[in-house]
Design a binder for this molecule. Structure first.
Ligand code: UD1
Ligand code: CA
Length: 467
């Protein structure tokens, strides 16, 4: 049977106190609504609709053409929101409705709901038993244990408010049952809104069954209405992600001080030390040692790489490379296998061949460096003339002495040797030696005389000033 998904996201979430739509706020590095769409696409829905209202463009920016957008121009309630999608719903299908503010929901829970709906020919509601049911709709069960009604906080009696089984806002319907019930909704309640929850009673009146499916983990249904709940959900998801990595064979020395975003992958026997933030689509290989205090964003890191107290952005790092402490690898860099990048080195948009070393205090920008090159301490590729960026090429097995300036565009051939302190403005062909600095002059005994002369001058000046 076809599966149709409907995600409600027309309400703004005023309690977030934000200029951004609630569902585009990030949880573990990814917009809340993207988490939900990822989970749904994991199951494979034939159609996915997102009901949008104000700030719709922010939701579109996040989801692009992954879903079909349906407008709800006035927010007249969750039932009214689903009514906007009704004309698009095919009869021979199961429709899953959920809200855009529940980023912890896992696909397994949605699948359980769908399976139960198909198997039992019933409508299903994901419920959870929580310690503090405040603000949730309460589940009223009938004698058989099915859902009789869902009663909203505002409509509940004191007795009903004590019920701790709550509505997650996640449902699976046989589409004809849903369509029929939507047609019967009225705004006759304390909110004056068309409540999706009222569909339950209409379905039952039409001889339908509504089954509760109790969530395996009440966190799955946690919804975000304000930034306090946002932080709580973040903490919960963070722990889930850390747990997954540890189960996959990653050692995390201090999980409470490690931040790994949702789409990061890490190989077996990699060790993550405290204070690390691994973000975006970062991939780490096996046997790496990361941190302490390292930030890696959208990088592809090979096996057995060591990165200490460094920042790596949108770059590739080859196997057995060693980065840091205090290195800054900026976007567009490809660092080869067994490369060593040491303290206070900045690499930007550059390619470094295997076995090359940039051990200390250097800037390498817009450069292509071959294999087994030694880039000395304090080397600067001078890539910017105030107007444009220029490239530097350095061939295999060459040696760039300390404190060399390479004024780009410039090419250093294979096996060349550039003497320390040189400022290189012209190409150096392969296997040659280039030196570009003043010859040294040493004047024997001159320092002593100079000191006497200077001392005399200072004392004369002091006398003139009456000191
Ligand atoms: C809703 C449920 C409640 C459940 C809770 C779980 C109803 C009537 N109540 O309450 O039983 O326990 O979720 O989180 O369904 N929305 C629209 N258009 C509207 C109104 C809302 O798109 O006209 C969207 C909102 O953007 C939001 C979602 O629907 O994503 C839920 O709305 P919200 O106002 O947060 O409902 P709750 O009061 O939390
Ligand atoms: Ca809500």
């Amino acid at each position: 049977m076809k599966k149709i998904g409907v995600i409600l996201a027309a309400g703004l979430g005023k309690r977030m106190n934000s200029k951004y739509h609630k569902v585009v706020h990030h949880v573990c590095g990814k917009p809340m609504i993207a988490h939900i769409v990822d989970q749904m696409q994991h199951i494979g829905f034939d159609r996915l609709f997102v009901v949008v209202g104000r700030l719709e463009e922010q939701v579109r920016d996040v989801l692009q053409d992954r879903v079909t957008y349906v407008q709800q121009s006035e927010q007249l309630g969750t039932g009214h929101a689903v009514q906007q999608v009704a004309p698009h719903l095919e009869k021979d299908s199961v429709t899953v409705v959920l809200y855009g503010d529940c980023p912890l929901l896992r696909h397994e829970e949605i699948e359980r709901l769908i399976d139960e709906t198909v198997a039992a020919q019933a409508t299903t509601v994901l419920t959870a038993v929580v310690d503090n049911p405040y603000a949730y709709g309460r589940i009223i069960r009938d004698a058989e244990g099915n859902v009789a009604r869902i009663i909203e906080e505002k409509d509940a009696t004191d007795e009903e408010k004590k019920l701790r089984e709550v509505n997650s806002g996640i449902y699976a319907f046989h589409t004809p049952d849903l369509l029929e019930a939507l047609g019967k909704l009225t705004a006759d309640n304390a909110q004056g809104e068309y409540l999706l929850t009222d569909c339950i009673e209409h379905i039952r009146a039409n001889h339908g069954i509504v089954r509760p499916v109790v969530s395996a983990d009440p966190d799955d249904i946690a919804n975000v209405n304000d930034r306090i709940q946002l932080a709580a959900v973040e903490a919960r998801m963070r722990w889930r992600l850390l747990t997954k990595h540890m189960q996959n064979g990653v050692t995390i020395i201090d999980p409470s001080n490690t931040y790994i975003e949702a789409d990061v992958t890490i190989g077996r026997d990699t060790i993550v030390h405290p204070g690390c933030t691994l973000e975006g689509g970062t991939t780490l290989g096996e046997d790496c040692v990361i941190g302490p205090h390292t930030r890696v964003i959208d990088a592809i890191v090979g096996d057995a790489v060591h990165i200490t107290s460094s920042v790596v952005l949108q770059s590739e790092i080859g196997n057995f490379a060693s980065i840091g402490p205090f290195s800054y690898i900026r976007p567009g860099s490809r660092i080869g296998a067994e490369v060593k990048i040491g303290d206070f080195v900045e690499i930007k948009n550059s390619i470094l061949g295997a076995g090359t070393k940039v051990s200390h205090l250097a800037y390498v920008g817009d450069s292509e460096i071959g294999q087994r090159v030694n880039v000395g301490c304090g080397v600067v590729t001078v890539n910017y003339d105030g107007f444009q960026k220029h490239k530097t090429w350095i061939g295999d097995d060459s040696f760039i002495g300390s404190n060399v300036n390479l004024i780009a565009p410039v090419t250093i051939g294979d096996g060349a040797y550039v003497a320390t302190g040189s400022t290189i403005t012209e190409d150096v062909v392969h296997d040659s030696f280039a030196i570009a600095r003043q010859r040294q002059t040493t004047k024997i005994g001159y320092a002593k005389g100079l000191r006497t002369k200077l001392a005399q001058k200072h004392s004369n000046e002091a006398t003139e000033n009456g000191r």
